[in-house]
Design a protein around this ligand. Structure first.
Ligand SMILES: C[S@@+](CC[C@H](N)C(=O)[O-])C[C@H]1O[C@@H](n2cnc3c(N)ncnc32)[C@H](O)[C@@H]1O
Length: 872
């Protein structure tokens, strides 16, 4: 089935299926597979085998031909990339061993209790907090309670979050625990085996936690042990052998490799992923249509859809992150800690550990985490408890802004940091306002003193409190976000520094960017500069180019390329980011950029129509867009869209688990807070309208009293003026009803702009979507508009890039074979869904992949950005 095929590990493994039991020679099937994987072809330039000895996966899996052959023979001889026997076998980059090897088996045996019955007994019946796995993701606490009641299980309380297969149950005594273990371990729900296990017991606590989790969360290799080790947090705390995990292994799992090996590793896994584009497009190509040339030629480059030209290094390898979101919680030993979670909550992990030895975290961020942690030891307010969602101190974010000038930075990263903004996230539920106000004063004092007494002193320019009362990790858009005054430690006679607008500044390509606290900004500024300039080069821009910057954030791509094009139209759904983009255009004196506030799927069709006119081919897609924007998309389309967003690519940010490099995390977690305070009369968008009525509540009152802040705009401009340039197409989609109140540009001006852009000879789109990729409607609109000849796709998630590219590149036929509708979409992989949608694509000229390049924005982690040029 498709699913199994799509979810293969990115590293190729010799499979038993591929082996004839009686024949030691490679079978036809394996030969074919190897050809597709480039194994039997000459190694591609920049491909996986350019220098096998340096490939970090070299000989990390056992060769199954060699093993099966009676005489220990494999036709690839010494050149075989798989290990010929245990002696040749190397450890994998993630420190695991081939799971079929003797070493891996021995390790599994060593970790297993001698008496299998001990496995059940390993659950401590005297611990009353238990964690249960195997529950339906859809369940909430009430469902769990009903289920337990139905099983006749007595307990004190039960909690479960939607979207997780794990629930937490607190019992009153050991009898109840024993009964629950007996009943639950015999029980399945929705066909899944339910399990009860101790989780995350802290050695200082008398009570213990049991987790109910589902067995299918564990993958085949050693991660089962890892997850359980974390689940049984007491093992780590009490040093019970190999079942320990260090925070740096979780956050920066590649850090033990040399940087050149990391790059090689990423390039190899990206090239495996890219091959799926070829395979899936081939599959989706209608029978009546010849295969595109690029597919026929892919054999010459090892099955790749286009040349993978290499990987650009990050200029800064250590401490490159300009933003770290630290979780606040308790360590395995029960100490109040500011750092990263050792795993995620779904795995039953709630312990937070200090960010020590995480090379991607800057020295400044690490120091601030420690300063805040020290302060928390003396705070009367509780830290956040992820099991019952209670507590006050939730999260601590450090954002850094640099001085301009790259050389200095590479040599001394710290010295280049000119600004630091600290964002402290709290939950003010049931907290006394007066006490809270005093606590914030104490906190500001502690942070300022800590910064001043560091050697060298740390910059501290903005201090902000965000009050997030919800349960989810990501704060919603209307979450109050208020600046605090910073005590002037160097010269107390100066009093406090009044924090004006909370924003941070950074430089890309010598342009100054002013960034709201929660707006998306790439976390590795210097590498992002390389990424944007590569995208610009590949886009072949000229003064005749009209550039669409889709998902533009604070305008970084469009603004850095504005001098190379006639006009830029940026599209972004986050109000604060659009406001930032306009401000950034203004402070850099850039006049040929327009930023549109709205979801790309809602506004793209109208924009293309308005700026480029409409063709017959484009009509159908355009109509879809309009339908979508009026919230009446067909149920099938909705399901397929929903499917793409809920499958394969994790959308949810795992709080403080790692300094996540994902885009949707930043991109979708943007808050209106500051904007809502400062620009309350803006009419820029529907979102803005929501943001103008923020229920600020007690925290604001409290902070207003302790913070006599003047809300000056640092650039000396009124942000409301910036917003006046913002085009709102949320209310602007359908002809005839598109001149609503919310529009920030006049009809005449629209018409004038539209008339002038029709003169552009060249239309290019650069898309930089969040992790989930582009909305299917955006893909359809781009694909069906004949004037868009070149598309540069920037992606932090190669899986969604491949899925989107399948739709953009699969040929259509006049008599298109319609897809099977929405049947089975839940079980489909991203690529499977994309093939399905490709079948429903209106007949239109497909794009072809021309070239691809990886850009490493996230050293020491498996993440990587990728740029792909598509043309037609
Ligand atoms: C990866 S970021 C890229 C931002 C920008 N290009 C940059 O490099 O700074 C993705 C951006 O897409 C925005 N976004 C997410 N979904 C969107 C949608 N449906 N329509 C428009 N923008 C969206 C997010 O708010 C975020 O700013």
């Amino acid at each position: 089935m498709e699913v199994a095929e799509e979810i293969q590990p990115s590293t190729p493994q010799p499979t038993d299926e591929a082996i004839s039991a009686t024949d030691s020679k490679p079978t036809e099937k394996r030969k074919r597979e190897e050809e597709e994987d480039g194994e039997a072809s000459p190694p591609p330039a920049g491909g996986a085998r350019a220098d096998p000895a340096r490939n970090p996966l070299w000989k990390t899996s056992l060769c199954s031909f060699f093993r099966r052959s009676a005489v220990g023979h494999c036709s690839h001889g010494d050149a075989c990339r798989y290990a010929h026997g245990e002696a040749e076998l190397r450890q994998r980059p993630d420190k695991s061993w081939d799971p079929t090897s003797e070493r891996a088996k021995k390790m599994r045996m060593a970790d297993r209790p001698e008496d299998p019955s001990e496995e059940d007994e390993a659950v401590d019946v005297n611990s009353l907090d238990k964690c249960v796995t195997g529950l339906s993701n859809k369940w909430i606490s009430d469902d769990l309670k009903r289920f337990l009641d139905g099983q006749g299980i007595l307990y004190k309380s039960a909690k479960k979050k939607k979207g997780m297969s794990v629930g937490f149950v607190l019992f009153e005594d050991a009898e109840q625990v024993k009964n629950a273990i007996e009943v639950l371990n015999e029980t399945s729900a929705n066909g899944r085996q339910i399990k009860v296990a101790d989780a995350n017991r802290r050695s200082h606590e008398k009570k213990h936690t049991t987790v109910v989790t589902e067995s299918h969360q564990h993958n085949e290799d050693n991660s089962v042990e890892d997850v359980e080790a974390i689940g049984n947090g007491n093992c780590a705390a009490e040093g019970l052998g190999p079942k320990t995990r260090r925070v740096c292994d979780v956050v920066t799992p590649l850090a033990h490799m040399s940087y050149s090996d990391q790059l090689e590793y990423k390039k190899n896994s990206l090239s495996q992923m890219l091959k799926r584009l070829t395979k899936n497009t081939r599959k989706a190509c209608p029978d009546a249509v010849p295969l595109p040339d690029w597919i026929s030629k892919s054999r010459e480059i090892g099955g790749l859809p286009c040349k993978l030209e290499g990987i650009l290094e990050s200029p800064l390898i250590d401490g490159y992150r300009n933003k770290c979101e630290f979780s606040v919680g308790q360590s395995v030993e029960g100490k109040r800690t500011v750092g990263f979670m050792l795993g995620n909550f779904r795995e039953g992990v709630t312990a937070v550990e200090e960010p020590v030895n995480c090379p991607n975290v800057s020295r400044i961020s690490c120091k601030y985490a420690l300063i805040f942690q020290d302060f928390l030891q003396s705070s009367e307010f509780p830290v956040w408890n992820r099991v019952d969602n209670t507590g006050f101190w939730r999260q601590f974010t450090v954002r850094e802004g640099r001085n301009p000038g790259q050389t200095a930075i590479a040599q001394n990263a710290d010295a280049a940091i000119a600004e630091v903004m600290l964002i402290v996230q709290v939950c003010s539920v049931n907290i006394d306002e007066e006490l809270m106000k005093n606590e914030f004063k104490r906190m500001a004092q502690a942070l300022a003193e800590g910064a001043a007494s560091s050697s060298p002193p740390l910059p501290l320019t903005k201090l902000v409190v965000q009050d997030h009362k919800g349960m989810s990790n990501a704060a919603p858009a209307d979450c109050p976000l208020l600046p605090l005054p910073i005590p002037n430690i160097g010269d107390p006679t100066l009093g406090v520094s009044i924090t004006t607008e909370a924003r941070i500044h950074d430089y890309i390509s010598n342009l100054r960017f002013s960034i709201s606290p929660t707006a998306f900004f790439q976390v590795n500024t210097l590498a992002a500069e390389r990424l944007y300039s590569l995208a610009g080069d590949w886009a072949e821009l000229s003064s005749d180019t009209l550039l669409f910057d889709v998902c533009c954030g604070t305008g970084t791509i469009g603004l850095t390329l504005a001098h190379r094009v006639g006009m830029v139209i940026g599209i972004e759904m986050n109000v604060s980011a659009v406001s930032d983009a306009n401000r950034n255009a203004e402070i850099n004196g850039i006049k040929n950029c327009k930023f549109v506030c709205g979801k790309a799927e809602d506004v793209m069709g109208s924009l293309l129509k308005e700026y480029l006119g409409i063709s017959q081919e484009h009509k159908e897609a355009s109509e879809d867009t309009e339908t979508n924007s009026t919230a009446s998309t067909s149920s099938e389309e909705m399901l397929l869209c929903e499917g793409s967003r809920s499958m394969g690519v994790p959308e949810q940010k795992l709080e403080g688990e790692t300094p996540v490099d994902s885009k949707n995390e930043d991109g979708n977690n943007n808050s209106l807070a500051i904007e809502s305070l400062n620009h309350e009369t803006s009419e820029c968008s529907n979102q803005k309208a929501e943001g103008t009525h923020v229920p600020i509540g007690s925290l604001r009152k409290c902070l207003t009293e302790c913070n006599e802040t003047t809300q000056d705009n640092e650039e000396g401009k009124d942000a409301r003026q910036d917003n006046s340039k913002c085009i709102n197409l949320n209310e602007h989609n359908t002809e005839g009803e598109n001149r609503g109140k919310g529009n920030c540009i006049s009809e005449d001006k629209n018409a004038k702009d539209a008339a002038s852009v029709h003169q552009f000879k060249d239309v290019v789109a650069i898309v930089d979507p969040p992790r989930v990729g582009l909305h299917p409607i955006v893909i359809k609109v781009l694909r069906t508009h004949p004037r868009i000849r070149r598309l540069v796709y920037i992606s932090c998630n190669p899986e969604s890039l491949v899925a989107n590219a399948i739709e953009l590149c699969t040929p259509t036929s006049e008599t298109s074979e319609k897809g099977q509708g929405n049947r089975g979409w839940r079980r489909m992989s991203n690529a499977g869904l994309a093939r399905q949608r490709a079948k429903n694509m209106p007949n239109s000229e497909p794009f072809r992949p021309v070239r691809a390049m990886a850009v490493d924005l996230f050293p020491h982690t498996p993440h990587c950005e990728m740029v792909m040029l598509l043309e037609r």
